[in-house]
Design a protein around this ligand. Structure first.
Ligand code: CP
Length: 293
């Protein structure tokens, strides 16, 4: 049985084969190949994109989806996460999707469940399906000619699971991730190139991935306001100029903090394409884990 806890669970060949399926699914039409399968998304952290994307992906493939409403679940009565998951498993789902603020939790559940688990984000550790949809979007944009492309991940790279998953996945396909962050958001022990300002590196770049500042993961206040941070890190037309750079963001975007209004309208921005591709990539992931195990 195969799980998706980090992107290293899939070989490059498996990822490219997954993307072949995602291309077929990219019209997001209904193909009921998972009829009779039951998928249970367990989201113990907020989500708009990932949760709805998994649910739509499952339904487009004809699977049934039963989502736990964490706010009204018995977790609030003191049940441990392991007992919650054991009880869900006793009802025989075919696959569990889990998001939790605790780093490593999906991995620690693997030996307690009898169906595949997909990590939909664990704290600041990993967000493998986001990195896979980012890579799919990049390959699509550059017609698969990505060897040697350089991508700057800009902002709160230190607490970002998206940065961490992309930093390990993209080099496997010849793309160089570079971190651009204020000193207090920089990663201490990275082998990646790291800069303080985008202007230092922008002329080398093919792709910019802007990030949200993850205030919920900070133990101290770094800026008096997000507007203070935005002065140096908001992506604007002035900073991009006429350069042919692909602009990505995993969402949710803090408008005029991460990216300004004008760049959110700019044709170089493919954020909604990422969201659309996310459904196709997750359809391919569900197919792989449910039909090839
Ligand atoms: N990209 C992403 O994980 O968005 P959500 O938090 O809305 O799921």
């Amino acid at each position: 049985m195969q799980n998706l806890i980090t992107t290293s669970d899939f070989t490059n060949e498996e990822i490219l084969s997954l993307f072949d399926d995602a291309k077929i699914f990219s019209d997001l039409q209904t193909r009921p190949i998972l009829k009779g399968k039951l998928i249970v998304p367990l989201f113990f952290e907020n989500s708009t994109r990932t949760r709805s994307s998994f649910e739509i992906a499952a339904k487009r493939l004809g699977a049934d989806v039963v989502s736990l409403d964490v706010g009204t679940s018995s977790r609030s009565k003191g049940e441990t996460i392991f007992d919650t998951v054991a009880n869900i498993c006793a009802m025989k789902p075919d696959l569990i999707v889990i998001r939790h603020s605790q780093r490593g939790l999906p991995q620690s559940l693997v030996e307690h469940v009898s169906c595949p688990i997909v990590n939909a984000g664990d704290g600041e550790n990993a967000h493998p399906t986001q990195a896979l949809l980012d890579l799919f979007t990049i390959l699509e944009h550059f017609d698969s000619k990505v060897k040697g492309k350089k991508l700057a991940i800009v902002g709160d790279v230190k607490t970002s699971r998206v940065a961490s998953s992309n930093a390990s996945l993209l080099p496997r396909f010849g793309i160089e991730p570079i971190f651009v962050a204020p000193k207090h958001f920089q990663v201490a022990d990275t082998k990646l190139r790291q800069y303080e300002f985008l202007s230092e590196i922008i002329d080398e770049l093919d792709i910019v991935m802007s990030l949200r500042t993850q205030l919920e993961r900070h133990s101290q206040i770094y800026y008096a306001s997000l507007q203070e941070y935005a002065k140096d890190y908001c992506i604007t037309k002035k900073c991009f100029g006429k350069r042919d750079i692909l602009l990505l963001h995993p969402g949710p975007v803090n408008r005029n903090v991460d990216i300004d209004d004008e760049m959110l309208e700019d044709k170089r921005n493919k954020i909604l394409k990422q969201v659309q591709n996310g459904v196709a990539v997750r359809m391919a992931i569900l197919k792989k884990l449910l039909l090839q195990n």
